[in-house]
Design a protein around this ligand. Structure first.
Ligand SMILES: [Fe+2]
Length: 185
């Protein structure tokens, strides 16, 4: 077992999230070309963001990784942890706005497609940038600060998060995120 077991899990989730972000761009392009998108697929994006992005992934970072780093002396306010937590909050607000825009789209509101397009793009850019910051700046730093025992403990706690959500749910949503670009085509 490698020493970066916990960070490897988060990195894998970032891969899924990056693919889902590409899928959100593809959905936005489809709507922009005047074609319709199945409301179930759009609601699937919201579920992916809420359950996989927030309840599964961000919770592992905010509730488990960041406190573990703070215990190793990384400041919990300011950069990097305070800023990343603030970005999570902004993402969370944008998911609520997207869910609202999708409801208007489903109701046939004429202005809704433009709002759905803008929010899908905003979320896609946001997630891509945020994952880049964590993968390229935070995780290499975390890999130096955390001990192998810290990482093993985090891995066990990550397992509990997945089990609470349901491993089958997490896997289904990961596949949804990975295949979103194909579905959107
Ligand atoms: Fe992350």
């Amino acid at each position: 077992m490698g020493d970066s077991v916990a960070l490897d899990v988060l990195e894998h989730e970032h891969d899924v999230i990056r693919k889902a972000a590409a899928g959100m761009e593809a959905l936005a392009a489809r709507l922009e070309s005047g074609r319709t998108v199945d409301v179930n697929l759009l609601n699937g994006v919201v579920e992916f963001l809420r359950v996989y992005g927030r309840a599964c992934h961000q919770r592992k970072e905010e509730d488990l990784l960041f406190p573990a780093l703070a215990r190793r002396g990384v400041p919990s306010v300011g950069k990097p942890l305070g800023s990343l937590t603030f970005e999570h909050l902004k993402e969370w607000a944008a998911v609520g706005a997207l869910a609202g825009a999708i409801r208007s789209y489903a109701a046939g509101d004429r202005d809704a497609p433009a709002r759905v397009i803008a929010l899908l793009r905003e979320m896609a850019h946001f997630y891509t940038d945020h994952a880049w910051n964590e993968s390229n700046l935070l995780f290499p730093y975390a890999a130096r600060v955390l001990t192998p025992i810290d990482q093993a403990e985090l891995l066990a706690q990550f397992e509990i998060v997945d089990r609470e959500i349901g491993k089958d749910v997490v896997e289904r949503l990961a596949r949804f995120g990975e295949k979103l670009a194909e579905e959107a085509a």
